[in-house]
Design a protein around this ligand. Sequence first.
Ligand SMILES: NC(=O)c1ccc[n+]([C@@H]2O[C@H](COP(=O)([O-])OP(=O)(O)OC[C@H]3O[C@@H](n4cnc5c(N)ncnc54)[C@H](OP(=O)(O)O)[C@@H]3O)[C@@H](O)[C@H]2O)c1
Length: 291
Amino acid sequence: MTTVSVLPLAGKTALITGATSGIGLVTARELARRGARVVLVGRDADKAARAQQAIQLAAGPEALVHVKCFDLSLLRNVHRLAGEMHQEFEKLDILINNAGIMPGHFALTDEGHELCWATNHLAPYALTNLLLPLLDAAGRARVVTVSSVAHWVGEIEPDRNVRNSPDNYSWLTAYADSKLANILFTKELAHRLDLTGITANCLHPGLVDTGLMRPDTSAVMKALWWMARPAMTSPELGAQTTLHLATSPEVANQSGRYFANSKPARCSGRASSAQEASRLWRISAEETGVE
Ligand SMILES: NC(=O)c1ccc[n+]([C@@H]2O[C@H](COP(=O)([O-])OP(=O)(O)OC[C@H]3O[C@@H](n4cnc5c(N)ncnc54)[C@H](OP(=O)(O)O)[C@@H]3O)[C@@H](O)[C@H]2O)c1
């Protein structure tokens, strides 16, 4: 008698932003190996094609691996991605907001948003909201957003004009603020989705040896990266908490929480403030035009 083994995520669809390298690539690969249809999002078409090939190789020829190339720092691209998802898929079971950057220098997008804020916060805020009908169509769905322990030093500047000014720009503050926003966004989203089948959680992946700090030219960042490197873990380990939140039955009914090492973790006082979360939601709705 032959036994047919059904993979645990067969029939599920997962979208992973920033799936072309680092933590996102491992996350996408492991979801595909467990049978999920995966949609990889990255900016660079060659990198995305290489990621698709590597995942296909690891997960087998029957694995369903789709690629979408969009620079998500631009809200018009977030809308295009969401539009294509609505056209091509009937439901979305897992959304992983993983794409993130740590730019060493101030830059504004051509839509007038500070680059780190646009990529790390406005994009997941807008994408998640635009994909809610697809998540809802799944019946039970999970939104996982990759934050960071760096949020502890974050403090969100409510005035967009101050945030969008190069005066007083600090790469660390910009990154920490965006990672604090990931947690506040998750908490407010979970609150708004209470009593639906959609959960929202976020996490710190650990200190992981990826490309996050490498492409930048800032000497300080390079020095910090070299100093921290011996303490860094692999992307394989770095993806574990994301995978736990995306797939484990243990967290099926948990929502609005921050995790590290696949366990609930303590976040900063600011990140725990319901008032800050609701204020951030208002600011984000105004800045993206997405409610
Ligand atoms: N590494 C760590 O120690 C660490 C610690 C705490 C939190 N995190 C968080 O973990 C997440 C993953 O980072 P990582 O460490 O794996 O870094 P990574 O190796 O640099 O990967 C970043 C991914 O994001 C994508 N990406 C960047 N900007 C994008 C944009 N504008 N539009 C679309 N995709 C974009 C990149 O794709 P392309 O290059 O193809 O554009 C890449 O696939 C980030 O949110 C980061 O903040 C990392």
